[in-house]
Design a binder for this molecule. Structure first.
Ligand SMILES: *[C@@H]1O[C@H](CO)[C@@H](O)[C@H](O)[C@H]1NC(C)=O
Ligand SMILES: *[C@@H]1O[C@H](CO)[C@@H](O)[C@H](O)[C@H]1NC(C)=O
Ligand SMILES: *[C@@H]1O[C@H](CO)[C@@H](O)[C@H](O)[C@H]1NC(C)=O
Ligand SMILES: *[C@@H]1O[C@H](CO)[C@@H](O)[C@H](O)[C@H]1NC(C)=O
Ligand SMILES: *[C@@H]1O[C@H](CO)[C@@H](O)[C@H](O)[C@H]1NC(C)=O
Length: 376
């Protein structure tokens, strides 16, 4: 029952790129049993929102008990409390998750110099509308995210994995495969269209003579890295629906595989607009499909799958975000008005690591995770 937990605060998405590179490409670690790393980056959910109630399955997980609360007004403790519940809906209104909204969630005000009290979620939600508090202050019961329930029982949950930037989707997605957002602190359509110029894990893997593949459903988000638009990488892109299962069944998955979701769900398939509850349900189905595909592949015994989230999407989390001692990846300072120096992290996000090399319930992670510890 008890899945091992792994506590460590660090800029983990940044570290991820380095770790995965070590595992798949560094010759001195050639004895590692892991030859294929498969990464799925989901969207906009905090740890407590998705996995907080999994503490019931394994008390070692730093999740929730129902005693967690936020004041309705962070500057007036007598104004009332909202406790964290387990009534999350498959689809909620979209809570605030811009740089300034997240700052208020973490610090309870616009002053980012204090400790991370994680007491501004309700206040911030209330400023957006009457229904937002319910969305932000509820998590899923284990049974309502049954795919995660199974994976949490069998494999490893990270309960100290924070978004790399206390801001929105794209800066965090950029961090995942390159360890920096190149200074981005918001979704900037012009710069995304031009492409960010930093070196990526894909370049590292390729230059080390290893293979990578991107299995996409819509336009792949990794094309926001300018390097990935190089002609030499054209053959690395595969439609998820035909190629992933086919490659896996033939034992032909690359060393580093990224599965990209169907981001434009509502636009490409208007039917989903009428059933917005498909959001989380479909995410569960995607994770299940990737997992089942890998498990029946001849490569399964050398595979590690990682499911993580880009950012917390505005949903409550009780674990204080690290706000001190966080090194900038490259010294680049973000644009005005915040001039953010990448010296604090975002809110905690769910991360599950899946591999036959992770021992169930022993508290011992695979050698892979020791590399991770050593680096972090
Ligand atoms: C994985 O399974 C294959 C086929 O059964 C076997 O040849 C290989 O040695 C196994 N690898 C590891 C790391 O166990
Ligand atoms: C929160 O409390 C402070 C201090 O009492 C007060 O000045 C402020 O107006 C309150 N904010 C809201 C939104 O009620
Ligand atoms: C708030 O919730 C009520 C009841 O579920 C619903 O009728 C209403 O449309 C919602 N309002 C907004 C702004 O989402
Ligand atoms: C995630 O955030 C982006 C903006 O950063 C927003 O467009 C999208 O609707 C959000 N997705 C969900 C599932 O809340
Ligand atoms: C941010 O940097 C700009 C120059 O790029 C400067 O004009 C502005 O005063 C800075 N803002 C803060 C809050 O430091």
């Amino acid at each position: 029952m008890a899945a091992p937990t792994c506590g460590r605060s660090s800029r983990l998405h940044a570290v991820l790129a380095a770790v995965l590179f070590l595992v798949v490409a560094r010759p001195s670690l050639a004895e590692s049993p892991i030859k294929t790393v498969v990464v799925v980056v989901m969207e906009n959910r905090s740890f407590d929102h998705m996995l907080g109630w999994m503490k019931r399955l394994n008390p070692e997980i730093d999740g929730v008990t129902g005693d967690e609360w936020n004041p309705t007004n962070a500057s007036d403790p007598s104004a009332g409390r909202v406790y964290f519940g387990e009534g999350a809906e498959y689809v909620d209104p979209d809570p605030g998750h811009s740089f300034q909204e997240i700052r208020q969630q973490i610090f309870g005000s616009d002053d980012a110099t204090g400790p991370a009290k994680m007491d501004g979620f309700v206040q911030q939600a209330r400023s957006l509308g009457p229904n937002m508090t319910d969305a932000v202050m509820n998590g899923f019961s284990p049974d309502s995210v049954a795919v995660y329930r199974e994976l949490v029982e069998e494999f490893a949950v990270f309960d100290r994995w924070f978004a790399s930037v206390p801001s929105s989707t794209q800066p965090n997605r950029l961090f995942v495969h390159s360890g920096t957002s190149g200074g981005a602190t918001s979704n900037n359509p012009v710069l995304l269209a031009e492409g960010y110029s930093q070196r990526t894990i894909f370049d590292n893997v390729h230059d080390a003579g290893q293979s990578f593949g991107v299995y996409f459903q819509d336009v792949p988000a990794v094309l926001f890295y300018r390097n990935l638009r190089k002609l030499k990488y054209l053959t690395k892109f595969h439609p998820f629906h035909n190629a992933f299962r086919d490659h896996a069944s033939r034992g032909a998955l690359p060393n580093y595989a990224v599965v990209e979701q169907h981001y434009m769900d509502s636009k490409a398939h208007p039917a989903n607009d009428d059933h917005p509850s498909h959001d989380v349900f479909q995410g569960q189905m995607l994770v299940k499909e990737v997992y089942e595909t890998l498990r029946s592949s001849p490569q399964w015994n050398q595979t590690l799958m990682l499911v993580t989230y880009d950012e917390h999407g505005g949903f409550f989390d009780h674990v204080p975000t690290p706000v001190a001692g966080v090194p900038s990846p490259d010294g680049i300072v973000g644009p005005p008005p915040y001039n953010f120096s990448f010296d604090r992290l975002g809110v905690r996000v769910p991360t599950i690591m899946i591999s036959p090399w992770i021992n169930k319930g022993t508290g011992q992670l695979s050698p892979f995770v020791h590399y991770y510890h050593w680096l972090a």
